[in-house]
Write a protein that binds this ligand. Structure first.
Ligand SMILES: [Mn+2]
Length: 343
C-alpha cells in the first residue's frame, strides 16, 4: 500500500457536491440501509426477483437469495436521483443495459461510479466514453490509478522501449499487463477524465451525508488525513488499526470496524455538542456520515450494513452489476456475462 509517488500527479482527495431533494423523498438520516429494497434482474429472461429487506438475508460470499420471488417491476424515473454503480471494469454492455433499465435521464439523474471503470473487462475506453457522455461523476479506483500512473510513466519516457522492471517507481507495474495497454490506448480525453476523479466524493443532501469511495475509509482518520492509496485498496483492518488490502493478512472487514466506530462516536455525543475524540479531526466523525457507498470487494459481493453499502458484486466475473438508487433507497442488480476469472 505504497502511497508515495515521485512523478504521478497527486489525486484530488476530496470533491464535494450538494444536492437538493424534496426532503419528504429522502430516507431518514441514520436509517438508510434499514429500509433498502433489492431488485435482482436476470439478463437472460429479464425476470426480476425482489427482496424486501436484503439486510436480513445473507448475501455475502455468493449465497443465493432464497426468499426472493418473481415480480414485475415498474421503474419510474422520479424527478431526480443519484445512481451509484459498483465496479464496472469495462463491462460496457451491462452498464448500458442497466442505464436503460433505470430509465436514466441525463437532465434529472446523476450517475456516480465507485471506481475501477477500467481493467479486467472488455471495453475500458467505451466505459469512460459513456461516463463522459452521461456526465457521470466517479471516484478513482486502484485499476484507474494504475492506468494513470502507467500513462504518466509512458509520457515521461516517450520513445523508450519498456523492457524490464528496473527503474520502475511502483511495485505493481507489470510490463505485459493490461494496464500499460489501456494507458497507451487512452486518448487525452480519457486520461483527463480519469485524472479528474477524486478519491473521496462527499455528497450532501438536505438529510444525508453520503460518501463515495472505491474501497473504504479508515475510521481512525479524518477525511483530510486519509491515505489515498488505502482508500482505493483497503479490505480489512488489523487488530492494531492498520488497514490492509489482503484479507489473508487477517483482521476484520473494514466496514465492521467503521460501523462500530460510527455507533461509538454517536454514544459520545451529547446535548451540549459533539465530543470530538482524539484521533478524529473536526470535519466529519464516522457518526456524521450516514452512508459510505463503495466497491472494490467483489469477493464479498453485495454488503449491506448499518452505515456502509458495498456494491461490487463481481460484474466482470459473471455475477452481478449493482446500482444503488437514491433517494428511492433501492438496489438494482443485473446478471452479467463472465469476462474474467477470479484471481
Ligand atoms: Mn478495485
Amino acid at each position: 500500500m505504497d502511497g508515495s509517488d515521485n512523478f504521478a500527479e497527486r489525486p484530488l482527495l476530496l470533491k464535494e457536491i450538494c444536492s437538493d431533494f424534496d426532503a419528504t423523498d429522502e430516507p431518514d438520516s441514520k436509517k438508510l440501509t434499514k429500509s433498502i429494497k433489492l431488485f435482482r434482474f436476470s439478463s437472460n429472461d429479464g425476470k426480476c426477483k425482489i427482496v424486501e429487506n436484503p439486510r436480513e438475508v445473507d448475501l455475502s460470499y455468493g449465497k443465493k437469495i432464497e426468499e426472493a420471488r418473481d415480480v414485475t417491476l415498474e421503474l419510474k424515473a422520479k424527478d431526480r436521483r443519484i445512481l451509484f454503480f459498483g465496479d464496472i471494469h469495462g463491462c460496457i454492455n451491462e452498464f448500458n443495459r442497466m442505464l436503460e433499465m433505470l430509465e436514466f435521464n441525463k437532465s434529472k439523474d446523476l450517475v456516480v461510479l465507485l471506481g475501477d471503470l477500467v481493467g479486467k473487462g472488455p471495453s475500458p475506453l467505451e466505459v469512460i466514453d459513456r461516463a463522459i457522455e452521461i456526465g457521470a461523476i466517479a471516484v478513482r479506483g486502484n485499476h484507474d490509478d494504475l492506468v494513470l500512473r502507467w500513462r504518466n510513466y509512458l509520457d515521461k519516457h516517450e520513445g523508450e522501449a519498456v523492457m524490464g522492471t528496473d527503474g520502475f517507481p511502483y511495485s505493481d507495474f507489470r510490463v505485459n499487463g493490461e494496464h500499460i495497454n489501456i494507458a497507451r490506448m487512452m486518448d487525452e480525453i480519457h486520461y483527463q477524465y480519469l485524472l479528474s476523479l477524486p478519491v473521496i466524493l462527499k455528497i450532501k443532501t438536505s438529510r444525508n451525508v453520503i460518501i463515495g469511495v472505491h474501497a473504504g475509509l479508515d475510521p481512525s482518520k479524518s477525511l483530510f488525513k486519509q491515505d489515498c492509496s488505502v482508500i482505493m485498496r483497503m479490505r480489512n483492518i488489523l487488530d492494531g488499526g492498520n488497514p490492509v488490502s489482503k484479507k489473508s493478512l487477517g483482521g476484520a472487514p473494514w466496514y465492521d470496524v467503521w460501523n462500530k466506530a460510527a455507533l461509538l462516536t454517536v454514544d459520545h455525543s451529547n446535548s451540549e455538542g459533539k465530543v470530538v475524540e482524539e484521533g478524529y479531526a473536526e470535519d466529519l466523525l464516522p457518526c456524521d456520515i450516514d452512508l459510505i457507498v463503495y466497491g472494490h470487494d467483489a469477493g464479498r459481493e453485495l454488503q449491506i450494513h448499518e452505515r456502509t453499502l458495498g456494491l461490487d458484486s463481481g460484474a466482470v466475473y459473471g455475477k452481478y452489476l449493482s446500482a444503488y438508487v437514491y433517494p428511492d433507497n433501492s438496489i438494482i442488480q443485473l446478471s452479467s456475462n463472465k469476462y474474467s476469472e477470479i484471481i
